[in-house]
Design a protein around this ligand. Structure first.
Ligand code: NAD
Ligand code: UDP
Length: 318
């Protein structure tokens, strides 16, 4: 297969590129480096079967030759990033999804949309199953992301129904691992880099809100299964192991062996109170469930962040 990964230089996209190449597929990575980094795919640049195109998918998508699958991952994804780039986020979800759908249609390729648990908003149903329509504030501080993804799902569905395009929608729940940016603002990269630096670990509110975090390798396995399944979805992909944010912060501090204190900061507006995927569909239809324990996943992530921070420190002094 020749697979286009839009957003391929980001956290998830770069791990997907790695995995697809390992499986013997050819990969065309498209990115404009808005929130991702060339360094995430630098190790692939000389690899046969890998190509990197610098394009803004909201403007145009041009890929020569045959394409068998288009994976649409191009969008800011952390609350800090999408608040910083609200218009870019809406354009990525709208124009970016339109352009990548048109690419898939022109090439006769399967299209897979990276949607999100954020389509459920601040959920009134717990855990969240795919049949839940969500509880989203259309003008709130997260609306540029939530509504962009909800629009992207609707557009993908319209292409399937109107044009008979082979489409798939996955709803990804909080995922973590190596290659997240130390400054991307999400809880795990923030807690890990703060604890490694010995700085106060910033827990929002009283920390009693919950998330269910999935290690990146588990998620990539689920994505690849969905890609090859021919199923339309939407299907939830995430780890149902639910934890409060304060417990997550304490676990990170404990695993690092840091004496960094925990400090409480204001909770952002519309921050969902609970989140846990119901993954019954993924289990039944894809035979998939996460296998990496949160402690193991965090240890691997901490090791990566430690070397990243050491490199940053050398850069500053050297
Ligand atoms: P990321 O910011 O690391 O990756 C996104 C990539 O898309 C970056 O490399 C960025 O430069 C690129 N990009 C953004 N706008 C673009 C544009 N207009 N044209 C080309 N490239 C563009 O974020 P991530 O965590 O890897 O998320 C990837 C995708 O998965 C996103 O669509 C996100 O909504 C979705 N997702 C992620 C999570 C998660 O927990 N990581 C959860 C739910 C959904
Ligand atoms: N959070 C926190 N401290 C931080 C960053 C995030 O307590 O430094 C909280 C945030 O308010 C939310 C949870 O951790 O309740 C998960 O936030 P994240 O940005 O990782 O993901 P999302 O809110 O998109 O699920």
């Amino acid at each position: 297969m020749r697979v286009v990964v839009a957003g391929g230089a980001g956290f998830l996209g770069s791990h997907l590129c790695d995995r697809l190449l390992l499986d013997g597929e050819e990969v065309v990575c498209i990115d404009n480096f808005l929130t991702g980094r060339k360094s995430n795919v630098e190790h692939l640049l000389d690899r046969p079967g890998f190509e990197l195109l610098e394009q803004d998918v909201a403007e145009r998508v041009e890929v020569a030759g045959t394409v068998d699958a288009v994976l649409e991952f191009a969008s800011p994804a952390s609350p800090l990033d999408y608040a910083r780039y609200p218009i870019e986020t809406l354009k990525a979800g709208a124009h970016g999804t339109l352009n990548t759908l048109d690419l898939a249609r022109a090439k006769g390729a399967r299209f897979l949309l990276a949607s999100t648990s954020e389509v459920y908003g601040d959920p009134l149903v717990h855990p969240q199953e795919e049949s839940y329509w969500g509880h989203v504030n259309p003008i709130g501080p997260r609306s540029m992301y939530d509504e962009a993804k909800r629009f992207a799902e609707a557009l993908t569905t319209a292409y399937r129904n109107r044009h008979g395009l082979d489409t798939a929608i996955i709803r990804i729940f909080n995922t973590y691992g190596p290659r997240m940016r130390t400054d991307d603002g999400r809880a795990i990269p923030a807690f890990v880099s703060q604890a490694l630096r010995g700085e106060p670990v910033t827990v929002a509110g009283d920390g009693m809100q919950t998330r269910s975090v999935c290690y990146v390798d588990d998620l990539v396995e689920g994505i690849v299964r969905m890609l090859r399944s021919g199923l339309p979805g939407p299907v939830n992909l995430g780890n149902p192991h639910e934890m409060t944010i304060i417990d997550t912060a304490r676990l990170v501090v404990e695993l690092i062996g840091s004496d960094a204190p925990i400090t409480f900061v204001p909770r952002p507006g519309d921050d969902p109170m609970v989140r846990r995927p119901d993954i019954t569909l993924a289990r039944q239809q894809l035979g998939w469930e996460p296998v990496v324990d949160v402690r193991d996943g965090l240890v691997r992530t901490i090791e990566w962040f430690a070397s990243e921070l050491a490199t940053e420190a050398t850069g500053r002094t050297g």
